[in-house]
Design a protein around this ligand. Sequence first.
Ligand SMILES: *Cc1c(COP(=O)(O)O)cnc(C)c1O
Length: 379
Amino acid sequence: MEFNTKVIHGGQQHDPSTGAVMPPIYQTSTYAQSSPGKHKGYEYSRTANPTRTALEKALASIENGNFGLAFGSGLAAIDAVAKLLKPGDEVISTNDLYGGTYRLFTKIFEIFGIKFHFIGMDNADNIAKYINKNTKMIWVETPTNPMLNIIDIEAVVNIAKLNKLLLVVDNTFATPYLQLPLDLGADIVMHSATKYLGGHSDVVMGALIVNDEKLAEEIYRIQNSSGAICGPQDSFLVLRGIKTLHLRVQRHCENGEAIAKWLANHPKVDKVYWPGFESHPNHDIAKKQMRGFGGMISFTLKGNSLEESHEIVAKVKIFCLAESLGGVESLIGHPATMTHASIPKEEREKSGVVDSLIRLSVGVEDIEDLIADLDNAMA
Ligand SMILES: *Cc1c(COP(=O)(O)O)cnc(C)c1O
C-alpha cells in the first residue's frame, strides 16, 4: 500500500458486528467474560480498548512500523520511553529541544539518576564525544522548534548502531508524510499527535511506533503499568484526523513555501528560517530525508524589536495568537515570551530565539488571505 492509501485503510477493518465503516467509540472500561479469564481479547480499557487498537494499527501503518502505541499526550509517550532506562544510564539529546521534553528529562528523570547531555547535532560527529559505557539512548528532534534546524537521521542511525544505542526520533514536526525515521533505521518514532496527526486542534495525544517486538512488549508493559493511555473518544478523533493527513500536509507545505518566500522579500524582515531555502544550512539533508519542507516557519525583524514583534502577533486576524501547531488553522507565536519564556535570555539567544523572533504554523486556508493578513499586520 502507498502512503495515501495507508492513511485511510492502514490496519483498518470494518466493524465486524455491524459493518460500520469507522470503528465505534467503545466508551467502556470493562468487557464481559463468559467464564473467568475467557474473553474476546479485551479485559479492561487501560490494557486495551478496540477504538484505541484501531488507532494504534493506523499509527503503525503510516510510520511503516510493526507496532503502534497511543498515549494520553506527547509527553506521556516520552515519559514511557524514558522509563526504558534505569539509574546511571545516560542519554544524548538534541539541544534545540521541545521545552516540555527538556523539562521532563531535567526536572523528573534526572531526579531518578538518569543523565542527559544536550548537544548540537547539526554535525552528527559531535555525538561520539559524549558516548561512554553508560550511554543507552540518543534522542533526536528534527526539524527543531522554533529554529527549524535539520538533523541527519541516517548519520545518527550509523552512530547508534555502531554503539548499540536506542535511537528515538520525535517526528511531530515532519509527520510520516514528509519523513519516515524507522525506514532510515531509527528504533522508536515519537509523536505529539496533538499536532499534525490529530490536525484539528481538538485533542491532546501522544504516540510511539516501533518495529522490534521485544521493544514493543517492553513499552506496552510500561504503558499498561503506568497507565498514561488515551480514551476512546480521543482515539477516534486522531484516527479521523489521520485520514486526511496527506492532503493537509501537502497544503501546509504549499502555503508554507509561499509565505516563506513572501517573508524573505519583505522589507521589515531580517531572517527567515525554513528548511526549503537553498541557503538553509541543512537544506541538503532536508532534501535527502524529507518529501517536503512543512508549514513551520520562523522569522526575525530588522532592528530586532520586541515591541514591533508583539504588535504584529497581536494585529493578525486570521492567524491566531496561540501555542501549539499543526492544526488546519494558522497560528502565530512569539517564542521569547511564550514557549521559550522560561529559558534565560542569554541562553535562548544562543540558539537564535531573539526578541523579534516570530513563529508561524501555517494552516490550510487560502494563501491570498494568509498573506494579506500578515501584510496588514506588518504594515
Ligand atoms: C507538542 C510537542 C510535544 C509534547 O506533546 P504534548 O502532546 O503537548 O504532550 C513534544 N514534541 C514536540 C516536537 C511537540 O511539538
